[in-house]
Write a protein that binds this ligand. Sequence first.
Ligand code: KG4
Ligand code: ZN
Length: 341
Amino acid sequence: MLVLGLETSCDDTGAGIVDDTRAIRAHVVASQLAEHKPYGGVVPEIAARAHLDVIDGVIDAALREAGVTFADLSGVAATTGPGLIGGVMVGAMAGKAIAAVRNLPFIAVNHLEAHALTARLTEDVPFPHLLLLASGGHCQLLLVRGVGDYELLGRTIDDAVGECFDKCAKMLGLGYPGGPLVEQAARDGNAKAFDLPRPMVGREGCDFSFSGLKTAVRTALEGRENTQAFVADMAASLQAAIADSIADRVRHAFAMLDERGENVTAFVTAGGVAANQVLRARLMQIATEQGAAFAAPPPKLCTDNGVMVAWAGLERLRLGLTDPLDTASRPRWPLEEIAKA
Ligand code: KG4
Ligand code: ZN
């Protein structure tokens, strides 16, 4: 089995090819960072146009990297949501066109499921497992029972965690995207320098909240100059507050599952924010404490890419889950609403 996967839901044009031995045969990503940088965030119209400009070349590059042609593929997968709809449609149309012309099965992939299943490509993660999905648009804890079988345990009641990193980075004058820049700046900072709130810590359930943290950073910045030392201390303090808050929520999720008698032996984290090393170390520590195996994709597979879409497509294809060519693209598509395997 050989599957091509296309990702165009935000600001990365990705094409990946994987096979059923879990080998990554191609991993090509064209980033639009330069186009969006002047605006300090992703501009949907610019993103859609940029995907359209490069998608053919990105697909060609992936085929060349894998040393295969369309004739060698067993299926074509594309993200059909959730995401910026103009961009999603570019990848979905390209995938459907290849499937139609080559008479290949088409697999409509939920972007969140693609993030969620990536750890099963890089490590042998069994079902059921607990999943923390932390990205620019989402922050949720889910019980993953199988492909297409997700139960939402908790989610953010306001901003996504990546959004919090990005907005605070902007206030600190670090640029976009903020997560990696905050992580980098934090290396030289003191995480105890500022006493930022730990949102939701100790609260029942496992929902998240990050907007208060953003406000606290804004207040702390008032009348201060963004000197290098100050920015480093604030970045380290912010990262520590986020890690503390997430750690508490994950512990609560484990406790909830335990109370229900769910036997969860693995804890997986995915999404762009899962690339953060401080957070990963913390999450690994909690997994150990809970007696669960910890799995997180390598950082380059945490942020948006085509490989994760190809892998989710392959997991679905081998269960016989394919989709018609008139499958609609969806700006909103919660993971717990996707069809069960
Ligand atoms: O999964 P992703 O690439 O796109 C979405 O589906 O949202 O996630 C992007 C988010 C951005 O908010 C970015 O700042 C954050 O992931 N991110 C990080 C790191 N790398 C990316 N956040 C914290 N630390 C990082 N190293
Ligand atoms: Zn993503």
